[in-house]
Design a protein around this ligand. Structure first.
Ligand code: OFO
Length: 170
């Protein structure tokens, strides 16, 4: 049985993971509307991956006899200055998620729920990978600057930079 504080922290994370999926969906749609086909594919895939994340959390809470709460999700940003600022926003969000996973671990330790703390390790590794992959994209975009031709090639190539780290839900 999950302790109340752990269950609360996991439910708060479910909300954040659903928001992540919405945010990347909104970004994907923006990129698609601006003609960045590769960037939009990357973001649609990322949105799907975040769905895998919230399903993992929901499945875990249910498996441990807890109760999940699916709440209303705040509206994500829909307008971005350019592709670089969009990915800077992705990185900022992922850093926020990493911090949030760390905070749940702190709750698990104080509640002596070492099973959940152990279960969260998958997300710790996932966050390291995601942050690394987005930093890599930002570095490339900074090198490209305002060079339209190179940005075109980057857009064609971005899906090959994706780390295939989405894992099955259970
Ligand atoms: Fe970044 O992995 Fe979920 O939110």
């Amino acid at each position: 049985m999950l302790k109340e504080k752990v269950e609360k922290a996991l439910n708060a994370q479910i909300e954040k993971e659903i928001y992540s999926s919405h945010l990347y969906l909104s970004m994907a749609s923006w990129a698609e509307s601006k003609g960045f086909e590769g960037v939009s594919k990357w973001l649609y895939a990322q949105s799907d991956e975040e769905r895998v994340h919230y399903l993992k959390f929901i499945g875990y809470v249910n498996e441990r006899g807890g109760t999940t709460e699916i709440t209303a999700i705040k509206k994500p940003d829909a307008k971005f200055k350019n592709v670089l600022s969009l990915f800077e926003a992705v990185l900022k969000h992922e850093e926020f998620i990493s911090e949030s996973i760390n905070e749940i671990q702190a709750v698990c330790i104080s509640e002596k729920d070492f099973s959940t703390q152990n279960w969260l390790q998958w997300f710790v590794t996932e966050q390291i990978e995601e942050e690394k992959s987005v930093r890599n994209i930002i570095d490339k975009l900074k090198m490209i600057g305002n060079d339209g031709n190179t940005l075109y090639l980057f857009d064609k190539d971005i899906m090959s930079m994706r780390t295939a780290n989405a894992t099955p839900v259970k």
